[in-house]
Write a protein that binds this ligand. Structure first.
Ligand code: SF4
Length: 199
């Protein structure tokens, strides 16, 4: 964003993007939440079908679980001046044999740095799943499990998480340390960020 490009204009530009329209089964419909004042960034994967239909990020079971993990109400979560939600691909990429397809690779090079740079108040980045972790964590491990298990390496500015999808219920059962050790720390950190007095 430049001095000549106010936040609303930038957001409108993103919402009008058709860069990878040819690859999107339901057409372009960028779903993001963004404001330069945001303190928490949720860096996720790509909207699912329900979020696409609703036009609202995380308007599904994944969102309910993510809000629980963060300890945020829906009102707090959907306050763009508090939380920015920038998936690696802004449009629903379609579904493959084993779930949703990966985020479109055109999206991050086209928009990500332009949207990240103005976030000067950012205190915490929550990085969800392998695509966002590969982008935001240069030292990410080869598996999401290993990256999340190494959460203390990134603390307190960045916290890696698995995807909150119900598809990950087995992962959550296999990795009880996540709920026992990481989630309480995550919730305390989010609370701390909410209470911060910013300049
Ligand atoms: S996924 Fe990203 S690059 Fe592709 S049309 Fe949507 S906003 Fe544009």
């Amino acid at each position: 964003m430049t001095a000549k490009q106010p936040a609303a204009t930038l957001l409108n530009d993103v919402r009008g993007c058709t860069l990878c329209a040819a690859h999107l089964p339901l057409g372009p419909k960028p779903i993001l939440q963004w404001h330069p004042a945001a303190r928490i960034l949720i860096a996720g994967q790509a909207p699912g079908r329900k979020a696409h239909d609703a036009g609202v990020p995380f308007a599904d079971a994944s969102g309910e679980r993510l809000r629980q993990w963060l300890g945020l109400t829906a009102e707090q979560f959907y306050n763009p001046q508090l939380v920015a939600i920038l998936p690696m691909g802004f449009c629903f990429p379609g579904t493959g044999k084993s779930g949703d397809l990966p985020p479109r690779p055109e999206c991050a090079p086209a928009w990500r740095q332009t949207l990240l740079k103005p976030l000067k108040q950012l205190q915490l980045t929550v990085v969800i799943g392998q695509y966002a972790q590969a982008y935001h964590l240069p030292t990410a491990k080869s598996s999401v499990t290993d990256t999340v298990a190494s959460w203390q390496d990134y603390w307190p500015d960045i916290i890696p998480l698995p995807h909150p999808s119900p598809r990950n219920n087995i992962w959550l059962k296999r990795n009880p340390w996540f709920a026992e050790q990481l989630l309480p720390k995550l919730q305390a950190r989010v609370k701390q960020v909410l209470l911060l007095k910013l300049q």
